[in-house]
Design a protein around this ligand. Structure first.
Ligand SMILES: Nc1ncnc2c1ncn2[C@@H]1O[C@H](COP(=O)(O)OP(=O)(O)OP(=O)(O)O)[C@@H](O)[C@H]1O
Length: 257
């Protein structure tokens, strides 16, 4: 029996209600890497499916990169818990070797390619939503990485509509990473960790921006335990006219990288 903490259930329930993430009749394709985040996501959706007054379907989909990944245990895990699972085998890894220039960001390359496969599968199989396992730490790290290194202020919305019409939802966006780690540990479920990151197999320097940003935020949180509460509320309290725009019409509205 899977134990999902009251805290996680409450946060996801509230996010779902406030942002209208899951609706009656939805068919949701869930990106399931096998990591602790998307693992929590599939179990949270399984729980909601059992108790919600509305009906929806979901399927966990794992994209492999053609690196000889051994992930049958993920299918077994899903089967054990009555969760539909599909593995999409790709050759993204080979393609990456040709496409990625030394020191360019392979993380975003893999993420874009993977998203392409998830979208195509969702559209081909009649799913209307794609769910991803990003959490609050991801949103904050992404914001500060963009702010410090890419000269832009952007993060990850709980819900948006992609150009192809699919709605992308992030039910865990207000959960803290440590809560998701605790979920996997408490339930003693085998997860795939950072060692599976395809970037580790390339002869290039790993990008340090994420690690540096993570450390910085952890240090700041030690000094100010409420920092994530403040950052979270700042994300829906943006005072645009106080920035350096000559004309607010210049604001870009693209959501995806
Ligand atoms: N190989 C994959 N196949 C399908 N979906 C994936 C895959 N890798 C990542 N995703 C989806 O994209 C989300 C964000 O990916 P990212 O690589 O940032 O994962 P993460 O922060 O390590 O999370 P997780 O613990 O779920 O792996 C994941 O939570 C998952 O929903």
């Amino acid at each position: 029996m899977i134990e999902l903490s009251k805290k996680i259930s409450t946060i996801i329930g509230r996010t779902n209600a406030e942002y209208g993430l899951i609706k009656d009749g939805d068919r949701i394709l869930v990106g399931f890497s096998g990591g602790k985040d998307s693992l929590t996501l599939i179990h949270a959706l399984n729980r909601i499916k059992k108790v919600a007054p509305y009906k929806f379907d979901f399927k966990a989909v794992t994209v492999t990169y053609g690196m000889g990944e051994q992930i049958e245990f993920l299918s077994n895990h899903c089967k054990e818990h009555g969760i539909e699972h599909e593995i999409i085998d790709t050759q993204i890894f080979d393609l990456a070797g040709e496409k990625i220039r030394k020191n360019s960001s392979f993380c975003s390359f893999f993420s874009r390619m993977r998203r392409g496969y998830l979208y195509t599968t969702a559209l081909e199989q009649g799913y209307n939503k794609v769910a991803l396992g990003h959490h609050l730490d991801d949103a904050m790290e992404s914001f500060f990485m963009n702010f410090f290194y890419n000269g832009t202020m952007r993060t990850m919305p709980p819900k948006y509509t992609a150009d192809n019409g699919l709605e992308v939802i992030r039910p865990l966006i207000f959960c803290r990473e440590r809560q998701l780690r605790a979920f996997a540990n408490t339930n003693e479920i085998r997860v795939i960790g950072d060692e599976a990151c395809p970037g580790l197999r390339f002869d290039v320097k790993m990008p340090h921006a994420r690690a540096t940003t993570k450390e910085l935020l952890a240090k700041l949180e030690e000094e100010n335990p409420k920092i994530f509460v403040s950052m979270k509320s700042a994300f829906s309290n943006i005072q645009l006219p106080t920035f350096f725009y000559k004309d607010l019409k210049d604001i870009k509205l693209d959501i995806e990288d």
